[in-house]
Design a protein around this ligand. Structure first.
Ligand code: 2P0
Length: 337
């Protein structure tokens, strides 16, 4: 690796991902180690572009988010992430971070996944960490769990890390990798029924679920089986099996949340209306399957050739109350500068 100077900087682009096998629940909060492995598709829409420039003179990090200074929790999380990068690089320089995010923030569309994947790639380059993809994925995980998967394009699996190992050891084996898939030609139709920020952060919601929901352990156990079946279904390019497994895994995750005390409920009446339209599509012979994250929005997995028809159906179901996006598999995080 080349010598680093204070003038060094780097810019990276990353995309969000949607989990088909969900990540829900940490076994180690500081290291962001999950209870279960998860699997996702990286999207080709809503990129985040982040540049990191070292500043030898600055007394503090300067973080700009979509042109405005970042503040509060957002700033704190980015500064904590940069502290981790600094400890690894043995450089003490503060950084100027400029991030441009095109995802509707806080709407359960995983804006933190593309965000921390782009930041990890840009910061690792700027501070000269010399990481490979697995190392970048481990680093991105420390920003946000789901970001570990956005390092890779297409389908990616994030390993929970050896569950019997102490956290410091599991930390080394908890990263994402590409998943071998057959010729699926999938699309995800994203029905944004509410683009506002959520009432409970996914971080707080998953903590409450793990601590209080009697349904958490059974879901975690079945999710491990779902992952095995999902990998086989992807390998044989069986879109119906992929969709069925994804849908049941997501509904199971939401069931664990409903079992929390007090319940965490992200699904709204509009969500259920869209879910009904997905059932109707299936009755009409269209392969369409739904998944929902920490918010009311619905992502419908289908064949790319059916995407327009699916988009039309969910748009009609949302009755003008939302926007619909069509995404295909996108690229992994990469340096652009
Ligand atoms: C996922 N979600 O697998 C799951 C499904 C939401 C529902 O990953 O606390 O922002 O930063 O590790 O990654 C959202 O949680 O949480 C998420 P942290 P993250 O996509």
């Amino acid at each position: 690796t080349r010598e680093r100077t204070a003038a060094d900087g780097a810019t990276a682009v990353a995309h969000p991902n949607i989990a088909l096998i969900k990540y829900w629940g940490k076994r180690d909060e500081r290291l962001h180690l999950p209870w279960t492995s998860s699997l996702s598709m990286t999207l080709d829409i809503f990129p985040t572009t982040t540049s990191v420039r070292l500043d030898a003179e600055a007394a503090d990090d300067e973080v700009t988010f979509n042109g405005s200074p970042a503040s509060g929790e957002e700033r704190r999380r980015i500064a904590a992430f940069l502290d981790l990068v600094r400890r690894r690089s043995r450089l003490t320089h503060r950084a100027v971070v400029d991030t441009r995010n095109t995802v509707p923030t806080g709407a359960g569309l995983a804006s933190s996944a593309g965000g921390f994947a782009a930041l990890a790639v840009a910061a690792a380059a700027a501070y000269g960490l010399g990481l490979d993809d697995a190392g970048l994925s481990r680093l991105a995980r420390r920003g946000s769990g789901s970001a570990s998967r956005s390092i890779f394009g297409g389908f990616a699996v994030w390993h929970a890390g050896t569950p019997t190992a102490p956290p410091a050891e599991a930390d080394l084996s908890s990263y994402a990798e590409p998943v071998v898939a057959g010729d699926l030609d999938p699309a995800l139709v994203i029905a944004v029924v509410n683009a506002g920020p959520k009432e409970v952060s996914s971080r707080a919601a998953m903590r409450r679920t793990v601590e209080t929901s009697p349904l958490f352990e059974p879901w975690a156990a079945s999710s491990r089986d779902d992952l095995t079946e999902m990998r086989a279904a992807l390998l044989r390019a069986d879109l119906d099996a992929v969709g069925e497994i994804a849908e049941r895994n997501a509904l199971g995750m939401h069931a664990t949340m409903l079992g929390a005390r007090p319940a965490v409920r992200y699904l709204s009446p509009a969500t259920l209306t869209v879910l009904d339209s997905v059932l109707e599509l299936r009755r009409d012979g269209v392969s369409a399957y739904a998944t929902m994250d920490a918010g009311p929005n619905v992502k419908v997995l289908c064949r790319r050739t059916d995407a327009e028809r699916v988009a039309e159906a969910v748009r009609a179901a949302a009755a003008g109350g939302g926007t619909v996006h069509i995404a295909g598999p996108g690229q992994g995080a990469r340096l652009v500068d």
